[in-house]
Every structure is written in C-alpha cells, then in structure tokens.
Design a binder for this molecule. Structure first.
Ligand SMILES: N[C@@H](CCC(=O)N[C@@H](CS)C(=O)NCC(=O)O)C(=O)O
Length: 215
C-alpha cells in the first residue's frame, strides 16, 4: 500500500491528500510529527519537507510529482490532462498557485511563528504585496471558468485549494475579488477538498494569525 508522509494541516501535503481522495487510492498516512516518521522524512526528502510518498521500492518527493505519479494508479481521469497543451496549462497554473500564492502565504505564516525579535515586518509587507498582485492576476485569468483551466478539475485546482484556503486567512481576499472568492468556495465544496479541510480542523489552533471560523 502507498504510504504518504505529511501532516493534515500542511498546505503542500493537502495536494497529495486531495489527489489520493480524488482517485480513491488507499494509503497509509504517516504523520511526520510522530518521531519515527519525522526521522524517515528527514532521510527521504532533501530538506525534510513533505509530502513524500513511498510505493514499494519507489519514493516520490514533492507534491506535483506525487500527483503525477498517482495519475498512473486507478482508472479515474488523470489530474494532468493527456493532451499536451492542456497539460502544460494545468502544470503552469499549478506552479503559479504554488509559487505565487502558497509560498508567500507560507512566508507570512512562518514570520508570525518567530520570536518578536526575529520577525521582519518589511518582508511580510513584501509578501502581502506579492499575494495581492497574484490575486489580481488570477482574478483576470480565472474569469468565466469553473475550474482553473476550464471545465475539468486538474492538478491546477489541487494546487489552488490549499494555496487559496490558507492565503485567505493570511491576507484576506476581501470584497474586490469576486471571481477568486467564488472559485475558492467551489474548491471547498468539492468532496475531496472538504475532507482535507475537515481532517485539518483539530489543528487550527496552531495557525498563528488567528483562524477564521467561517470555513
Ligand atoms: N515544493 C514542495 C514544497 C513542500 C513544502 O513546503 N512542505 C511544507 C509543508 S506544507 C513543509 O515540509 N514544511 C516543513 C518544513 O519546511 O520543515 C512541494 O511541492 O512539495
């Protein structure tokens, strides 16, 4: 059986979990806050970061590679479209959600976890500005679409789910982004995503910026 190393509250681990749920793949969840799994992930991943899956003698490191790997399991439609150009757009948007929404969100959250003397308000302001620019870009790009690339749910939507879920907590979308706000709500209503949101509820108290209760 596939083993997933991750944590239920971790944004990038959600991507692997969503793909596993979407495809109905059975797996063993190895939570990295348990010492034996923490020790193992430190060996498996270059920096100890997760998600990582282990399937027999095959190890796959990193959320997008994990999603790609899982596309080969089961008979659900792939999260990376078979068509080459459609696949490029899906991967492109997944990377953009990762790099320009999830990563700035992570940096804002990481700063909030630091002792006061080590915090950097100017860096946080820069990351908030990056998020607002990215929000505006996605607001235009997603206009008229149900899912990130159009009618099909793809790897791009898997990446968008944790990115927008937590980014809205760190730097609220507000009222000026109706397309992104509706898209985020559509993501959260999808069963695979609702499930990861629910499974992460017990950990919300660890969110350092105050977790809104509306989700
Ligand atoms: N590019 C990586 C990012 C992974 C990542 O940032 N993982 C976070 C969890 S959401 C992590 O491992 N955090 C713990 C740490 O940095 O030590 C991916 O797509 O998997």
């Amino acid at each position: 059986m596939i083993a997933l190393y991750g944590h239920p509250f971790a944004a990038f681990a959600w991507k692997a979990l969503i793909a596993l749920h979407e495809r109905g793949v059975p797996f063993e969840f190895r939570q990295v806050d348990q010492p034996e799994h923490g020790a193992r992930i430190a060996e498996l991943s270059p920096t100890g970061q997760f998600p990582v899956i282990v399937d027999g003698d095959r190890t796959v490191v990193g959320s997008n590679a994990v999603i790609d790997y899982l596309d080969g399991i089961g008979d659900m439609p792939p999260l990376i479209p078979a068509d080459r150009l459609a696949a490029i757009e899906a991967r492109e948007l997944a990377d953009l959600f990762d790099d320009y929404i999830a990563v700035p969100m992570q940096r804002i959250v990481a700063d909030a976890l630091l002792p006061d003397a080590e915090r950097s308000p100017s860096e946080v302001a820069r990351q908030r500005e990056r998020l607002r620019r990215a929000y505006a870009w996605f607001e235009r790009r997603l206009a008229g679409r149900d899912w990130a690339t159009g009618e099909r749910f793809t790897i791009a939507d898997v990446a968008a789910a944790p990115a927008l879920f937590y980014a809205d907590w760190a730097e609220p979308l507000g009222d000026s982004l109706p397309v992104l706000t509706a898209y985020r709500a559509r993501l959260l209503a999808r069963p695979s995503i609702a499930r990861v949101v629910d499974d992460a509820r017990p950990f919300r108290r660890y969110f350092p910026l105050g977790a809104p209760h509306r989700d």
